[in-house]
Design a protein around this ligand. Structure first.
Ligand code: C5P
Length: 239
């Protein structure tokens, strides 16, 4: 098992991102590049992070017609990212197109296919907000419905909230890798996160990867914060 810590690089510039990457790469499993940083710093930043040898999780949550998503995934594979996200509400054909494009482009370019992760219901949506967009089901049931769709489409992983991990583990095939944000080490500031687990609790519940941002990046000593989190994990998850 690899080091499960994925640091969310929620910073506005390439310089800040690369400085964190240089400091943290030896003690974490990879780095998440989201919409803010990618829109500001673009594919060159992803190439620079990959040039250090660190893994990249490109979190752009693709959601479009299958053809367009397929092309976007192919472009991400050519950037040599290790994980990327798509919205499962884009439908079965879109999810299949994403997975097939990841596999096909990887084999064409001699790379390992990135893990295409399905995003189910955004944790910012509650039952009322879901009803506004035409879904009258409970949030939990909608998460399970979209998770099953991802499995049917051949996806190999999902992003889920810490409190969904244990439930999804019960119903999903074991091959599905679960990536969870909303992680807060014991005693740390929850910020705007409402329902959190500690890193060790999330792994215990069945998460494979932990997305951790501010507890590391907003710390006065990010390297020390990451090392402390790593030391709190079971021995077999620390390397
Ligand atoms: O700083 P913090 O640890 O809260 O960062 C968590 C990261 O995970 C952020 O990049 C945030 O956008 C992302 N995320 C989240 N909750 C979700 C989905 C993604 O916090 N449900």
């Amino acid at each position: 098992m690899r080091n499960p810590i994925l640091v969310a690089l929620d910073v506005p510039t390439a310089e800040q991102a690369l400085s964190l990457v240089r400091e943290l790469a030896p003690v974490v499993g990879g780095f998440k590049v989201g919409s803010e940083l990618f829109t500001a710093a673009g594919p060159d930043l992803v190439r620079s992070i990959r040039a250090t040898g660190a893994s990249v999780f490109l979190d752009l949550k693709f959601h479009d017609i299958p053809h367009t998503v397929s092309r976007a995934v192919a472009a991400a594979v050519r950037l040599d990212v290790q994980m990327l996200t798509v919205h499962t509400s884009g439908g079965l054909a879109m999810l299949q197109a994403a997975e097939q494009s990841a596999q096909h482009t990887a084999s064409q370019t001699g790379r390992t296919a990135p893990l295409v992760l399905g995003v189910t219901v955004l944790t910012s949506l509650d039952g009322a907000a879901l009803a506004e967009v035409g879904c009258d089901d409970h949030v939990g049931r909608q998460v399970e419905r979209l998770a099953s769709l991802a499995v049917r489409a051949g996806l190999r992983g999902l992003v889920c909230s810490p409190l969904e991990v244990a439930g999804l583990r019960q119903v999903l095939p074991t091959r599905m890798q679960l990536v969870t944000p909303g992680i807060r080490p014991e005693g740390s500031d929850p910020g705007d996160q409402r329902r959190t687990l500690t890193p060790a609790e999330a792994l215990e519940a069945g998460a494979d990867w932990l997305v951790i941002g501010r507890p590391i990046t907003a710390s006065p000593n990010p390297r020390e914060a990451a090392e402390k989190i790593l030391a709190s994990l079971p021995k077999d998850r620390r390397s």
